[in-house]
Every structure is written in structure tokens, then in C-alpha cells.
Design a protein around this ligand. Structure first.
Ligand SMILES: Nc1ncnc2c1ncn2[C@@H]1O[C@H](COP(=O)(O)OP(=O)(O)OP(=O)(O)O)[C@@H](O)[C@H]1O
Ligand SMILES: [Mg+2]
Length: 182
């Protein structure tokens, strides 16, 4: 199964979520392969530095990270071959234009049997938009995942300290999202 993280906008959490999924799924006993399409290679660097993580190309689940360019031929090819696609966004109306464009390109290139979701990332439940994710998702050409990812300091610490940095609540929300899209 190929799981692609993509968004035309930078800094929305593509590599962070790809990293968290890689770690969580390998911890859960799955054989995880990594394909890093971003020339900056953040995901590769983070995983290389993570103690205990076995970095390899092949696996039953191939996690693909991508640069913030939806028109890149490599990214378009990855959309066409992915089985699952997650499009992270922060929950803000300011993100809706790029998000709608990315979701539209994904929706019209999805292969038969594949599925794609928008994922709200860096959610703060106490804020207006954190409480109204459904209204933000209402006009998008793809569904939003029911499980969103919160804004948590541990998602920064995990890059330095690895799996032990994650508390129970963080592990649970990543696993819930992984189960939702499987
Ligand atoms: N859920 C989160 N909680 C806290 N910080 C987060 C979260 N998700 C992402 N970040 C932070 O946001 C920043 C951008 O994240 P990331 O590098 O994953 O984005 P990206 O979409 O891969 O960016 P680019 O397009 O430049 O590759 C990083 O500093 C990361 O630690
Ligand atoms: Mg990235």
C-alpha cells in the first residue's frame, strides 16, 4: 500500500505526519518503506537520526513524502499510483484556496480503488476554527478525515528524542488516523 502525503502549500505538516506514521506503523510491527520526493529530504534526515528506526525503501506500507509543489511531475506521478493520500492543512480559512486546489488535483487523478482525505493538522480545539472543522471542510472536493492531529510540542520533540517523546494522547491520535485510512 502506497500512502502519499501532499499539499501545494509548504509548512502544513506533510513531513511531520509522514514521520509520525512511519514511526507508529513500524512500532506496530508493519514493514515500512520510505520514498522521499522532496529534494530537501527532511523526512529522510529525521528518520536517519531516529534511534531504532530501520530506514528502507521497500515495505508493505510505502510512505511517500512530497515537496510543496502540486505541479511537479514526480508528485503527479505519485498521486496517480498512491492507494491512500493524506492532504494536511492547518484549520484556517486562509488555507482554503491552496487546499481546494490540491484536493481538486488529487480528486481528478486518483486511481481506481484509491482513497484520499484532507487532514486537519495543528488543531487547537479551543479556537473558533478548531471547533468548526466541519464548516471548513464543507466545500472541499474530498472528505476530511474524522481524526485530526492536534498542535503538540511533542511532535517537535519526537524529531530529536524519537518514539519515547510521544505521550499516550499523541500516540492515540496518530493511531486513530492510521486506522481510519487503512
Ligand atoms: N501537529 C503539529 N504540532 C506541532 N508542530 C507541528 C505539527 N505539525 C507540524 N508542526 C511543525 O510545523 C513545521 C512544518 O512542518 P513540516 O516540515 O512537517 O511541514 P511540510 O508541509 O513538510 O513543509 P514543507 O512543504 O516545507 O516540506 C515544523 O516546524 C513542524 O515541527
Ligand atoms: Mg516537508
Amino acid at each position: 500500500m502506497k500512502l502519499l502525503f501532499l499539499q501545494g502549500k509548504g509548512g502544513v505538516g506533510k513531513s511531520t505526519l509522514a514521520f509520525l506514521f512511519a514511526l507508529t506503523l513500524q512500532k506496530a510491527g508493519r514493514v515500512v518503506g520510505i520514498r522521499d520526493l522532496d529534494p530537501q529530504k527532511s523526512l529522510t534526515a529525521w528518520l536517519t537520526d531516529t534511534e531504532g528506526f530501520e530506514l528502507q525503501e521497500d515495505g508493505e506500507i510505502i510512505i511517500i513524502d512530497s515537496p510543496p509543489r502540486i505541479d511537479d511531475p514526480l508528485v503527479l506521478a505519485a498521486i496517480c499510483e498512491a492507494d491512500r493520500i493524506l492532504i494536511p492543512t492547518t484549520p484556517s480559512p486562509a488555507e482554503l484556496a491552496t487546499l481546494r486546489h490540491s484536493a481538486g488535483v488529487v480528486a481528478s487523478n486518483l486511481k481506481a480503488g484509491a482513497k484520499a482525505w484532507v487532514v486537519f493538522n495543528r488543531v487547537k480545539k479551543s479556537t473558533t476554527y478548531g471547533k468548526n472543522l466541519e464548516s471548513l471542510a464543507a466545500s472541499l472536493p474530498l472528505p476530511a478525515a474524522k481524526n485530526s492531529i492536534s498542535d503538540r510540542e511533542v511532535y517537535k520533540h519526537v524529531l530529536l528524542d524519537g518514539w519515547i517523546a510521544l505521550d499516550g494522547a499523541a500516540k492515540e491520535e496518530i493511531m486513530n488516523l492510521a486506522l481510519e485510512i487503512q
